[in-house]
Write a protein that binds this ligand. Sequence first.
Ligand SMILES: [Zn+2]
Length: 340
Amino acid sequence: MNLDLQLLKPGAVRNLKVNVGRLYDFTDINLNIRVLRGKSEGPTLFVTAAIHGDEINGIEIIRRLFQQKELKKLKGTLITVPIVNIYGFNTRSRYLPDRRDLNRCFPGSPNGSLAARLADTIMKSVVEHSTYGIDLHTGAVHRSNLPQVRAQLDDPKTMELAQHFGVPVILNSNYRDGSLRQAAAEKGVPTLLFEGGEALRFDEKIIRIGVRGILSVMKNTGMIEPDKKNKATNIGDSYVAKNSFWMRASESGVVKKIKKLGAHVQQGDLLAMIASPYGNSRVALRTPHAGIVIGSSQLPLVNRGDALYHVATFDENVDDVWETLESYEDGFQEGYRPIF
Ligand SMILES: [Zn+2]
């Protein structure tokens, strides 16, 4: 499909269906693209979700985004694809029916595998029409992630966008081969990846943070008006994690987690105890470096070698990072307060 934005009337929302294939029984599979063209000119932002079919928070983030009154005065165009991996979404799976990870199959090709064709459609229908993009993800099944932006920060434009999103933790993340983010960057479309929460769950706080982050990017790039009461932009401090590491279980068994997601840990701190289910042995899991827990397994069962915690390390004092994180999260504790 050739998405001709000029054919959309200014101020109009259009729901477009792009056929991407059929099931065995010939049921048509359509990609649903929702486009809002602003009344005046401006950049084009794409927002995609559920490229991993079971990562559903982003679908709700996009649905809520369209309810925001700020979009009435949109300058430019917003292109959204709430469910990129339609097949995986309907089967509650990360993958496509052929077991491929769609986010390793970009930019795809029109004559390739099911995944390659779907990737190609996203590139031609969405990415190539955009100035920049945001791809929404969550942790995998039974893993929860602290809200964070991942981006290739060597690129100054991408770094600027990442800071506009306004979450406290930005993870410098090299491109993954075959990812949407990499393919978009190669087309000159800087793209952020927002991570938060876990697969197959709606996490209210993460959803609000996601909506707020996208609006913040739009405000800072001139797509929507800054809030009248608070002309200064809304961004809090962001800290860039230069590195991160995984803490893996040194033994199989049952887990008692001591540190939670978002915890601030110092070198040598006890993260978790792993015990035999029969009560005759236990081992401690201690962190070798200071940092912030940005990802955590939610399952109290482990095999030796399983990743239990994802810890980000910072050049700055971890206390400062943690304080920013605390005050940021407090803003989401007592119901929704419009912060802009
Ligand atoms: Zn994902």
